[in-house]
Design a protein around this ligand. Structure first.
Ligand code: UTP
Length: 290
């Protein structure tokens, strides 16, 4: 039997959702393709993977998502036109991604939730540990790189968490845990979208995970939960009872680009960064936000 790898080498991007909060734009444009300045959200997520040593990237897509594949492929006609104008530099950043990573795709035929999307991606990741990136969470300070370090130490599933104010806690999966080192918890329980009075803590799970392959067994045995969807939180909760699940607190800032407000904040932030008016300093940015 294959030994479990020490480092995570694959990532899965579930990208089949409807993007309801961004309708009507997401009626025909995948949420993951909405641009922050001049690059789509997936571009930032893939760069984060590359910086964390992950180059094998699978997408769980659905109807209306072909723009993702087109973005991550060559475009000979366009390249020729740009070459004639000596303007190939416009494609440099995306070419770097295309030439360095391997992309695979699978379609989720029914949108039955994040857990179901991950289960759909099983043929792409096999029996290896893998990262999950929800591209609409745009993170500073590369949490995946830090999660790789934690994975080396604990070899368990890891969820990234951040402190969430009570009025927003009902939008998150929330953990109860025991802190084992600064900013790292062993998860004792996970609850999906609790009412503020029932939330076991203020630590909400955001869109970065490292999952060990047994998660597929738990997902296969997870009945539909909230909203008739197969919830990743429910499967992780079972994994936390039977094995170990770690929570890691984000050090940098996260923009929730699935919401209009977060998307605008990210756009302003990256525009200023591009103009050179702001230096990326994830920690300071986060402190400033509070
Ligand atoms: P969200 O809960 O953000 O749903 O999904 P959504 O449809 O993308 O957006 P809203 O909330 O309706 O505005 C979290 C992630 O899981 C994926 C989404 O694409 C997103 O990356 N997902 C969700 C799937 O791939 N399939 C599903 O059935 C549900």
């Amino acid at each position: 039997m294959k030994e479990q790898s020490f480092l995570v080498e694959k990532a899965l991007f579930p990208a089949a959702g409807y993007g309801t909060r961004f309708l009507p734009a997401t009626k025909s444009v995948p949420k993951e393709m909405l641009p922050i300045v001049n690059k789509p959200l997936i571009h930032y997520g893939i760069k984060e993977c590359m910086e964390a040593g992950i180059f094998n990237i699978g997408f769980v897509t659905g109807r209306n998502k072909r723009a993702i594949e087109d973005y991550l492929d060559n475009h000979p006609e366009l390249e020729q036109k740009l070459d004639e104008k000596d303007a190939l530099h416009y494609l440099e950043e995306v070419d770097e991604i295309i030439n360095t990573c391997t992309f695979t795709y699978i379609r989720q035929k029914q949108m039955l939730g994040l857990g179901h999307a991950i289960l759909t991606g099983k043929p792409l990741v096999g029996r290896d540990p893998f990262a999950v990136v929800l591209a609409d969470d745009l993170c500073l300070g590369n949490p995946l790189r830090e999660m790789q370090e934690i994975f080396k130490k604990y070899r368990a599933s890891i969820v990234a968490v951040e402190e969430v104010p009570p009025e927003k806690i009902n939008r998150y999966g929330v953990i109860k845990g025991k802190e084992i080192e600064e900013g790292v918890w062993i998860v004792e329980e996970m609850v999906e979208k609790p009412k503020p009075e029932n939330a076991p803590s203020n630590l909400g799970v955001i869109g970065r995970y490292i999952l060990t392959p047994t998660i597929f067994d738990y997902l296969e045995n997870t009945p539909p939960g909230r909203g008739g969807e197969i919830q990743l939180t429910d499967a992780l909760n079972t994994q936390a009872q039977e094995e170990i699940v770690i929570a890691y607190k984000l050090k940098g800032r996260r923009f929730d680009c699935g919401s209009v407000e977060g998307f605008i904040e990210a756009t302003n932030y990256f525009y200023q960064l591009e103009k050179g008016e702001r230096k990326e300093n994830p920690k300071k940015e986060k402190d400033k936000k509070r």
